[in-house]
Design a protein around this ligand. Structure first.
Ligand SMILES: [Fe+2]
Length: 333
């Protein structure tokens, strides 16, 4: 598939904004236990970054009455890209608005859109530079996340989601899971703009909903150190799945739930995708190695629970629509 020519250039997934009910408790969890750094805070939000970040934030914690994902955001190359995206979404008649200056911190013009899959997605070009902690080794703690790597979303029709991200936004597929022939419908896809396996994975599921965000770690022992830190601080029950290795992406991983139940993944061991025209790795839906190359099978809740998203117009949670396809369950109850 030849990538379409588009009048804008998305660089990467930039940040995700989690809704949390207790800002201080969540800040302490992500900073003291997980090893992120607090860049700034105010009464409504805490801004966090990881050790590779040279800009203000990759995770934002937002005070809210319920858990969930407020939005996730892609960084674009230039201010002109933002105008081109505005025109792009206007043609599609999608709800959108520019986030007011008072609602964003350290961040340039930001376009917030309800995308065709129903997700609240932001686009921005500028984020304030901050001190780089990569070689401040004395500050590295526990799992020590290096960067925000990806977001994983659920949508009832993942074939449609794949087509939107590839044709509508210029993403490339690294890996694909397909249903049975002859239709061979896409059940999930791992799609990138930066040269790693993904910036976003689009999976079949009740949605729109966010399954998790993935934080990269420097090396495999970071997964173990993260689990030890969680257990030592009394958060052993927050370890939801793993450590184990995915077939897809080759990632060594552990999935963690924050104090509100928001899910994230600590992730390491994937590979470069510098050849943007390489054919994607294809997996059959009935191949259990795609999910778990080795390690215990996931718990049922890993499949059945996800983070809600809201309307950018009303703020109301969007009701999840049922998935069009169901996979054979591989969970343990
Ligand atoms: Fe992931």
């Amino acid at each position: 598939m030849t990538p379409p020519a588009l009048p804008f250039n998305i660089q990467k997934l930039g940040y995700i904004e989690y809704q949390v009910t207790d800002l201080e408790r969540s800040r302490d969890f992500y900073v003291d236990i997980i090893g992120l750094f607090e860049t700034a805070r105010d009464s409504e939000r805490v801004y966090l970054r990881a050790i590779e970040d040279r800009e203000h934030h990759c995770i934002v914690l937002k005070r809210a009455p319920r858990a969930g994902v407020a939005h996730f955001a892609f960084k674009v190359e230039s201010e002109q890209d933002l105008d081109a995206l505005e025109a792009h979404f206007r043609k599609l008649e999608r709800p959108m608005r520019w986030i007011a200056a008072g609602e964003r911190r350290a961040q340039g013009r930001t376009l917030l859109v309800q995308d065709p899959l129903g997700f609240p997605v932001a686009f921005y070009a500028k984020l304030e530079p901050v001190e780089w902690f990569l070689q401040k080794y004395h500050l590295h703690r526990h799992g020590c996340p290096t960067r925000l790597d990806h977001v994983n979303v659920l949508t009832p029709d993942a074939q449609k989601g794949y087509e939107w991200y590839c044709n509508g936004l210029g993403f490339r597929p690294a890996e694909i899971t397909e249903g049975d022939p002859p239709e061979s419908r896409i059940w999930a896809s791992w799609l990138f703009r930066k040269s790693t396996v993904h910036d976003i994975a689009v999976m079949t599921g009740d949605g729109p909903a966010v399954h998790h965000a993935g934080l990269s770690l420097m090396e495999p022992m970071g997964v173990i150190r993260a689990c030890d830190a969680l257990a030592g601080a009394g958060y052993a029950d927050s370890i939801e799945r793993g450590p184990a290795r995915h077939g897809i992406s080759n990632a060594l991983f552990v999935y963690v739930r924050d104090p509100d139940g928001n899910r994230f993944e600590l992730y390491t061991g994937d590979y470069l995708t510098t050849d943007r025209n390489a054919p994607p790795v294809r997996w059959r839906l009935d191949d259990a190695r795609r999910q778990t190359l080795w390690g215990p099978p996931p718990p049922r809740r890993w499949f059945e629970e996800s983070m809600a998203v809201s309307s950018i117009e009303t703020g109301e949670e969007i009701a999840k629509q049922p998935a069009l396809m169901r996979a054979i369950p591989t969970y343990v109850s």
